[in-house]
Ligand binder design. Structure first.
Ligand code: HEC
Ligand code: HEC
Length: 172
């Protein structure tokens, strides 16, 4: 009688082990299939990461060519500065940070606007378009302010990313 009981108990523990094991297998399979069903997220991440690292590589290349002059004004360090020349004068390092931001805001690398063999060239129409867009940004930021109720003034500041949100052509 006793031995029969322990046999049943023994079987029951084996059954439990089997259940736990199959539960674990189902769980792992579930995690794997969940990961497999969402490749788009990680791919998107890889895409933006590689754009960011390419922009960083170009920036470092340029920094190496202007060594010692990083704190001078962009207009004196670079050859073809029209927009950030006189009134909007900024330091070379600040200028390169703006360049990186523009790339980030549009979801592109530097080569969207530049021939990386001649940064001063205006051969890509996107580059001049960006000058115009900067003007648009300044007009909005300087001129738009309006009164809301109880005399409160609202001044909505915009930047490239406000409209573009990581795309070359903003979505409606
Ligand atoms: C959306 C377009 C756009 C992107 C993206 C962009 N640039 Fe520019 N870049 C410009 C414009 C416009 C100018 C000229 C600014 C001016 O006239 O004041 C310029 C000028 C420059 C200059 C000065 C060249 C010279 O000698 O006159 C350098 C260097 C430069 N960019 C580097 C970069 C780097 C590095 C990146 C990426 C991190 C980058 N740019 C991304 C539009 C862009
Ligand atoms: C008020 C919204 C707005 C702001 C702010 C803005 N843009 Fe744009 N941008 C647009 C729209 C809309 C277009 C599409 C124009 C078209 O092709 O009809 C565009 C197009 C462009 C293009 C050409 C796209 C391409 O690749 O063909 C560039 C380059 C660009 N913007 C750069 C910039 C930069 C750099 C800034 C910040 C200095 C900026 N934009 C700020 C609305 C904006």
């Amino acid at each position: 009688m006793n031995s029969e009981l322990s046999f049943i108990e023994h079987n029951a523990t084996n059954m439990k082990k089997l259940l736990i094991l199959s539960g674990m297998i189902a769980c792992i399979a579930g995690i794997l299939s969940f990961q497999n069903s969402r490749p788009s997220v990680s791919e998107k991440h890889r895409g933006t990461d590689s754009l960011a690292s390419e922009r960083e590589r170009f920036t470092n290349e340029i920094l190496a060519t202007i060594k010692g002059k990083e704190s001078e004004m962009a207009g004196t360090v670079f050859k073809n500065i029209q927009t950030f020349g006189t009134k909007e004068s900024i330091k070379a390092t600040h200028f390169l940070a703006v360049m990186n931001y523009w790339g980030e805001a549009l979801g592109v690398s530097c080569t969207h606007c530049h021939n990386s063999n001649d940064w001063s060239s205006d051969e890509k129409k996107t580059k001049n378009m960006a000058r115009g867009m900067y003007g648009l940004r300044q007009i909005i930021n300087k001129q738009i302010s309006f009164e809301v109720e109880n005399g409160k003034e609202i001044k909505p500041l915009v930047n490239c990313g406000t409209c573009h949100r990581g795309k070359t052509i903003p979505e409606e």
